[in-house]
Design a protein around this ligand. Structure first.
Ligand SMILES: [Zn+2]
Length: 256
């Protein structure tokens, strides 16, 4: 399984390791979140991706979705399917695809048929997306949000999405026989503990406490570091001394 964190930020005309937007692409075919999907997908990814699975509706996770649908509006031969919990679908329809911010693509068709469909799921559900099996798990963020266990039948990955402290997530993930990789968030440095609590994110110190609840011995990739604090958070993560843990930089692909 290949997972790429699409680049979202430009430094000196080059893709930066810093991450403003969240969009993971699995095997060039399935997007998990859509922050930079329109802006950064390759031509191959743009032609292959018709499934977008969302963790939650915060802007940095959905910003590229309206533009991605727009790009494909005239040419796609099958609808772009958005898989999300009902609360997220409601936000998209009410606040984004509302004819004011952007067209309500779910009501529009091209010459081949519908261009945007929703396939809602509930936290706790198992569902299939393309070649992948998903389990959705409620996490602890400021708005309704889920993380996932994702398997292609050979490898299995767990990912938290945006979250603060969790127990239910770890209970589910620990009950899975084999987890090959964990992708976890860590937004703020330790000195911004109060802000991380208010916004339901993690700091390196609090991430370390969470990882004590995780029973699998596998590589751990940390993403969703706020770009303004990238260097500081990276240093604090290194200071944890967890050798199997590394930062998942924008633009990077990992092979699992
Ligand atoms: Zn968020």
């Amino acid at each position: 399984m290949k997972i790429q964190l699409l680049p979202s930020t430009i430094d000196d005309s080059r893709a930066s390791v810093r991450q403003h937007l969240s969009c993971l692409v699995v095997d060039d075919r399935v997007a998990i979140d859509a922050g930079s999907l329109a802006q950064s997908a390759t031509d191959v990814q743009r032609s292959e991706i018709r499934d977008v699975v969302l963790t939650h509706a915060h802007l940095d996770h959905i910003a590229g979705l309206p533009l991605f649908v727009d790009d494909l509006f005239a040419t796609t031969r099958r609808p772009i399917v958005v898989h999300a919990i009902p609360e997220v679908v409601d936000v998209l329809e009410r606040d984004i695809f509302n004819w004011s911010v952007y067209p309500r693509f779910s009501e529009l068709s091209n010459e081949f048929g519908k261009v945007l469909e929703y396939r809602p799921f509930e936290a706790g559900d198992d569902f299939t997306v393309g070649h992948l099996e998903f389990r959705a798990i409620r996490v602890n963020h400021k708005v309704p949000s889920v993380g996932f266990v994702v398997s292609d039948g050979a490898k299995t990955v767990s990912m938290t999405g945006d979250t603060a402290e969790l127990d239910g997530f770890w209970n589910v993930v620990n009950s899975v026989e084999v987890i090959d990789t964990l992708i976890v968030e860590c937004a703020f440095p330790n000195r911004l503990e109060d802000l991380s609590v208010i916004s339901h994110h993690l700091t390196p110190a609090r991430l370390a406490l969470e990882l004590k609840k995780f029973r699998h011995d596998c590589p751990i990739y940390v993403m969703s570091i706020k770009p303004a604090y990238y260097d500081e958070v990276r240093r604090e993560l290194a200071d944890l001394g967890i050798t199997r843990l590394e930062v998942f930089n924008g633009g990077r692909s990992i092979e699992i």
